[in-house]
Design a protein around this ligand. Structure first.
Ligand code: FRU
Length: 482
């Protein structure tokens, strides 16, 4: 799997479609795979939802619930679900197409009038559609998509999802190389104040293979029904500071104004060569977004949704009461757990956690107290040599708050997701450690640290026995162009 597609909540289920090759674990024959969940935690896999056909791949896109049956695809009183995806034709052209479901997302029919929006472009893709409500109570369908090669987001509107009118273009901004992909746009209150609404435009950037690779970014600004204006156009923010969060977009139709995104946990630099078998590619944890004012700037904050606590193996959880630390202290490890820890450095240079420890391997999450930088080092994490840019050291600026650094770290069999200072900074990376490299240690180097709180919670039902994720290695056959 690669990009999440068509994230939508409908009739008590979250649907997660995704870029998927039904025939191999490398990109090709791109289709929409499908899984659904009632709680964002336990997912059920379904048959391929929208399939590739000869001459036409089904690239990324979105799903909306057409409550008013504006598309006329509905049957009876049941609103149709409408998927808007990119038809990537074998002659290179990319245009937007529709498919619809009248059975709550389980089966899909391609619209005979496809494509519905064609700009005679070879890099017009990744439509994300949502309902834009105007002040007079009416509204229209709003589509954000990219002209990927031009590094632009293009806005279109429609009343029936079939006929689209051009509204505006945003970008290019920043880098002069590479691609823009998988946009999303939505409004959120700032600091929880419903009278202070700002718009967020998410864009995934692919700067090219000679770089650290692909990552998800965002702009904060305003949308007036036609165009998006960034508050500080030169300042594109990173959604995540690790190497493995791409194409992150949000669920449509979620109740209570919740904005929940999921990203693809990989990087185009090595997506087709990570050492897993038979699966390849996975999604990040869902993240619930909010906007907060941090030192005068409005920033996205990401938090794992409360539903995730369903995975907590509470009986086996353990906590340590506040203690002083001036060395490396091994503690309970595992391969599926969460650590919640708060460090108050006294005179230490560096504090942090060693993850996936064993047999000479370690993945170090460390915080440089003076530089206020949080770093994830996976150069000694296990299998790293399948692609040159995988053995990485990535870092983000994280200010101490009242002298403290708070970390929430989710460790899964082949991944680490770090949320620092309540989700102000996140860092997501894949790690391919040996199966028994399951140690965990907490450290304070160069001086003393007060560990104010420490809690270790095993996750899932199978924490004790870890299955081997890449026991039967196979080499990728061929890597088709995406
Ligand atoms: C992003 C992307 C999209 C495209 C899809 C094809 O990862 O390149 O732009 O729609 O993947 O699989």
């Amino acid at each position: 799997m690669s990009d999440p597609n068509g994230l939508v909540y409908y009739r008590g289920r979250y649907h997660l479609f995704y870029q998927h090759n039904p025939e191999a674990n490398v990109p090709g024959k791109m289709s929409w795979g499908h899984a659904s969940s009632s709680d964002l935690v336990r997912w059920t896999e379904h048959p391929v939802a929208i399939a590739h056909e000869d001459g036409e791949d089904v690239y990324s896109g979105s799903v909306v619930v057409d409550h008013r049956n504006s598309s006329d695809f509905g049957v009876g009183n049941e609103p149709p679900l409408v998927a808007v995806y990119t038809s990537a034709y074998s002659d290179g052209r990319q245009a937007q197409s529709l498919a619809y479901s009248t059975d709550a997302g389980m089966t899909w029919t391609k619209y005979l009038g496809n494509p519905v929006l064609d700009r005679a472009s070879n890099s017009f893709r990744d439509p994300k559609v949502s309902w834009y409500q105007t002040v007079d109570g009416s509204g229209y369908w709003l589509m954000v998509a990219v002209e990927a090669d031009a590094r632009q987001v293009v806005f279109h509107r429609s009343d029936d999802l079939k006929r689209w009118t051009y509204l505006s273009t945003f970008g290019p901004i920043g880098a002069t190389e590479g691609l823009w992909e998988c946009p999303d746009v939505f409004a959120l209150p700032v600091d929880g104040d419903p009278n202070q609404i700002r718009w967020v435009l998410i864009v995934s950037l692919d700067p090219g293979r000679a770089t650290v690779g692909t990552s998800t970014h965002y702009f904060v600004g305003d949308f007036d029904g036609i165009g998006f204006t960034a508050a500080s156009p030169d300042e594109v923010q990173r959604l995540d500071w690790g190497r493995d969060l791409y194409a992150a977009v949000g669920f449509d139709n979620v109740t209570h104004g919740r904005r929940i995104v999921i990203g693809w946990m990989s990087n185009w630099n090595y997506a087709a060569s990570v050492p897993t078998f038979p699966w390849r590619g996975s999604m990040s944890l869902p993240r619930e977004l909010s906007l907060a004012t941090i030192e005068g700037a409005v920033m996205l904050v990401q938090q794992p949704p409360v539903e995730l606590s369903a995975l907590d193996q509470v009986a086996d959880r353990f906590s340590l009461t506040a203690f002083d630390l001036d060395s490396i202290r091994p503690i309970e490890g595992g391969r599926q757990y969460r650590v919640d820890v708060t460090f108050e450095p006294v005179n230490a240079d560096e504090v942090g956690l060693d993850l996936f420890v064993g047999g000479g391997q370690t993945t170090r999450l460390s915080y440089d107290v003076r530089a206020e930088r949080l770093t994830l080092d996976r150069t000694r994490s296990g299998e790293t040599d399948f692609e040159a840019s995988f053995a990485s050291i990535d870092s983000a600026q994280v200010a101490l708050r009242d002298g403290a650094l708070q970390l929430q770290v989710f460790v899964d069999r082949t991944s680490v997701e770090v949320f620092a200072q309540g989700g102000l900074v996140s860092l997501t990376e894949q790690v391919f450690a040996a199966n028994d490299s399951a140690g965990l240690a907490i450290f304070s180097l160069g001086g003393l640290t007060r560990v104010k709180a420490f809690e270790w919670t095993p996750l899932g039902e199978t924490n004790a026995a870890v299955s081997v994720p890449f026991a039967n290695r196979s080499e990728p056959a061929s890597i088709e162009d995406r």
